[in-house]
Design a protein around this ligand. Structure first.
Ligand SMILES: NC(=O)c1ccc[n+]([C@@H]2O[C@H](COP(=O)([O-])OP(=O)(O)OC[C@H]3O[C@@H](n4cnc5c(N)ncnc54)[C@H](O)[C@@H]3O)[C@@H](O)[C@H]2O)c1
Length: 334
């Protein structure tokens, strides 16, 4: 039984608490939160202790930690936990600063402890089935990837101000999906962004609507579209054109009822947001982590993947500012 400490129980930490406790191979033994009361109800529900993050990391009886604290704490907690001999699953992104994330990557690697980054979309059953079909050669070589990722509504501006911007906070998931499907890092990133949803987001120096184009060394292409607003709910679709066919994953709907009347044909909206749409993915993500740690096999998403996605986000941010494509090599050598 993997004994697990959960650090941070806000929006996503609450999901992870249930997932850790529900898995037959892991036990949720301790929970921390900067505001201890946030942890108390969940801890009582799962028979876990409320402790500080430092205490949990220092406890040699705890095998692994799941880090679901705000992004600016991730690198330091990964470093402390791996130095204390713990396996780590950390929420995305690794950090808001690429140099800081790379320092964390080096420090964690030196400990030999496994660190997995929480790019949960790789575990979505639909996207996973697409990847399995691609890997089985069913559409030939992946040539043109198109990702649509629209949130139902923007977060508060206070969140935007500390988020690192749309590319590091939101599109980072899609950058990782691009790596997942294209199987390589792009050579260059071109991005355009606007503030169309909320002028306050623009005033805070961020964009809420963006497009990024990724170009690969062999000429293959990926296009990612993000918006912080979709009036009909959470829009998460992927289309992959290969040399021998096409794979598409559409939205998961609130129900499968289709109403056909003289007025037309209508169906349900997409599942509202990430907590609904990706619940199965969070469970599969945790199961993959437990399997790798217990089996002594490599975790499926590493700090290298986390650093790559962050570098792509930095390239996109710089591309919007510069109005021209940015080479990933320039970002990584800066
Ligand atoms: N993979 C996903 O789908 C997904 C979804 C949402 C958020 N996230 C990521 O998860 C992280 C948390 O996001 P959130 O929306 O849950 O934030 P949140 O603000 O709702 O929750 C963070 C919690 O951490 C606590 N905290 C702060 N510092 C702490 C520390 N040192 N030790 C213990 N607890 C501490 C806070 O009190 C808060 O309760 C972010 O990095 C975010 O990018 C990922």
């Amino acid at each position: 039984m993997l004994k697990v400490g959960l650090l941070g129980v806000g929006r996503i930490g609450g999901v992870h608490a249930r997932t850790i406790a529900a898995h037959p191979g892991s036990a949720l033994v301790a929970i921390s939160d900067a505001i201890a009361e946030n942890a108390e109800t969940l801890a009582a529900q799962h028979g876990a202790a409320v402790r500080s993050s430092e205490d949990i990391i220092a406890d040699s009886a705890i095998d692994a930690v799941l880090i679901a604290t705000p992004t600016d704490t991730h690198s330091a907690l990964i470093e402390a936990a791996t130095a204390a001999g713990k396996a780590v699953l950390c929420e995305k992104p690794v950090d808001l600063s690429l140099p800081r994330a790379r320092a964390c990557q080096t420090a964690a690697a030196a400990t030999g402890q496994p660190v997995m980054v929480g790019f949960n979309r790789r575990f979505d059953p639909n996207f996973g089935a697409m990847k399995a079909a691609l890997d089985a050669g069913e559409i030939g070589k992946a040539e043109l990837l198109s990702i649509t990722s629209f949130d139902p509504a923007p977060p508060p501006v206070a969140y935007i101000e500390v988020s690192g911007g749309l590319f590091r906070d939101m599109m980072i998931h899609d950058f990782d999906m691009a790596t997942f499907f294209m199987g390589a890092a792009p050579v260059a990133v071109s991005a355009f962004g606007s503030s169309l949803v909320d002028p306050a987001i623009g005033a805070a120096g961020d964009v809420d609507t963006a497009v990024a184009t990724l170009t690969y060394a062999d000429g293959r292409l990926a296009v990612i579209k993000n918006s912080r607003r979709a009036a009909f709910g959470y829009d998460q679709r992927v289309e992959l054109l290969g040399s021998g066919g096409l794979l598409q994953a559409g939205n998961m709907l609130e129900n499968s009822v289709v109403k056909s009347t003289a007025a037309g044909v209508t169906g349900a909206k997409p599942m509202h947001f990430f907590l609904e749409r990706y619940m199965a993915a969070y469970e599969a993500e945790w199961a993959a982590f437990v399997e790798a740690v217990k089996g002594g096999t490599p975790v499926p998403i590493t700090l290298d993947d986390g650093v790559l996605a962050l570098a792509m986000a930095d390239a996109a941010t710089q591309s919007v500012q510069a109005g021209q494509p940015v080479l990933l090599a320039d970002i990584l050598s800066a």
